[in-house]
Design a protein around this ligand. Structure first.
Ligand SMILES: CSC[C@H]1O[C@H](OP(=O)(O)O)[C@H](O)[C@@H]1O
Length: 365
């Protein structure tokens, strides 16, 4: 994403010192653009736990750099195992975190200690570059879906897309997943209108997706999470495009809480429901998403309180639920494969099924 003339990714190694890790503090967006400098693996773990950095592919890439930071100070095998375990415990649902840490372990365990830091930075960079190209290709394979809808409309009539949470470049190293086809369609001159689910309780849609689309000039409107079904009933949604945190062997999809409800409304209204999935999000070790995918339970105060910017510019948190009322905060839900029209991957599109996935990823059998 270009900001003030400079192209940014969502994670990078500091150009001056060559080893510290830079990220945007996404808890401060859309109000202020703050760049954090991470110098220790524990700071990386904190950033992931507190969602200063979030998004399934991005937390994998940032955790990989967390391992590199750890190897700088202690390249022992004991420390490698310790830091991978600690980073792996930060968030349980997105499989990308485990995928990236397993890839780092594999790349480092047979390296001599004196070469582990350099090898760790190289592998983390490879994970990041892989994500960039993967997300760019997801855009290429998702673009035809939007072109086909546009071709059925009157000239200038926008393709109406609904998206949930943030699956843009802020959720990946660059380009995004669900937003990647949207950016490519916009840049190709296809008229779009994006319904941005606010995505309670953390409001990644209202705060992050709206900020991204606004900066890119993509026409959009923020809507309450509960408005999506109504919009679909009234023909205001041509397609639903969402990201994912884990796809199982049979095509069940874990994603931000509320995704399942959109899939139900989409099915009831005959609206195509597509999920953008990078290879790092595929978990062929799990078949039944509802039974096997761990759903992160986050702090209740994310539901009872809301962060926002006061009139004087301060970012404040206010209580929105009655004093003393408890709250429950599951951060993800699972959409069964039967409600998913298809998966958009870096290798093409496929059905949300084992056969569909193996047709694109035969090596994952
Ligand atoms: C590119 S997929 C991003 C995926 O991650 C988000 O979760 P979180 O913001 O809690 O990290 C959400 O589920 C998005 O769809």
């Amino acid at each position: 994403m270009r900001i003030d003339g400079r192209h940014y990714r969502s994670v990078w190694v500091d150009e001056e010192d060559g080893w510290s890790v830079r990220i945007f503090d996404q808890t401060r967006l859309p109000w202020t653009l703050e760049i954090l400098r991470l110098t220790e693996a524990e700071e990386v773990a904190h950033a992931i736990r507190t969602m200063q950095v979030r998004g399934a592919p991005l937390i994998g890439a940032v955790a990989a750099y967390g391992v590199a930071l750890a190897m700088r100070t202690d390249p022992s095998t004991a420390n490698l195992e310790r830091v991978c375990e600690a980073l792996g415990r930060t968030r349980p649902t997105a499989i990308n975190l485990r995928w990236a840490l397993e890839r780092m372990r594999t790349a480092l365990r047979n390296q001599p200690e004196e070469r582990r830091a350099a090898a760790a930075y190289a592998e983390a960079a490879a994970i990041a570059e892989d994500d960039v190209e993967t997300c760019r290709r997801i855009g290429e394979h998702g673009l035809p879906l939007l072109q086909e809808i546009a071709a059925r409309k009157a000239p200038g009539e926008p393709v109406k897309v609904l998206t949930h949470c943030n699956a843009g470049w802020l959720a990946t190293v660059d380009y995004g997943t669900a937003l990647s086809p949207i950016y490519q369609a916009h840049d190709a001159g296809i008229p779009l209108h994006v319904w941005v689910d606010e995505t309670r309780p953390r409001n990644q849609g209202a705060a992050l997706t709206a900020w991204e689309l606004g900066r890119h000039g993509v026409p959009h409107a923020v809507v309450a999470d509960n408005a999506g079904g109504h919009l679909m009933q009234h023909g205001e949604v041509d397609i639903v495009l969402v990201g994912t945190d884990r796809v199982t062997r049979r095509g069940d999809v874990a994603n931000k809480i509320g995704t399942y409800l959109k899939a139900l409304a989409a099915r009831d209204n005959g609206v195509p429901f597509w999920v953008a999935m990078p290879h790092s999000t595929l978990d062929m070790r799990v078949r039944d998403g509802l039974a096997e995918i761990p759903i992160e339970e986050r702090d209740a105060t994310e539901v009872t309180h809301l962060a926002g910017r006061a009139a004087d510019g301060r970012v404040v948190t206010v209580r929105v639920a009655a004093e003393g009322s408890p709250a429950v905060n599951p951060a993800f839900d699972v959409t069964p494969a039967r409600l998913v029209t298809g998966l958009i991957t870096e290798r093409g599109r496929c059905a949300a099924s084992e056969a569909g996935l193996l047709s694109l990823y035969p090596e994952r059998a």
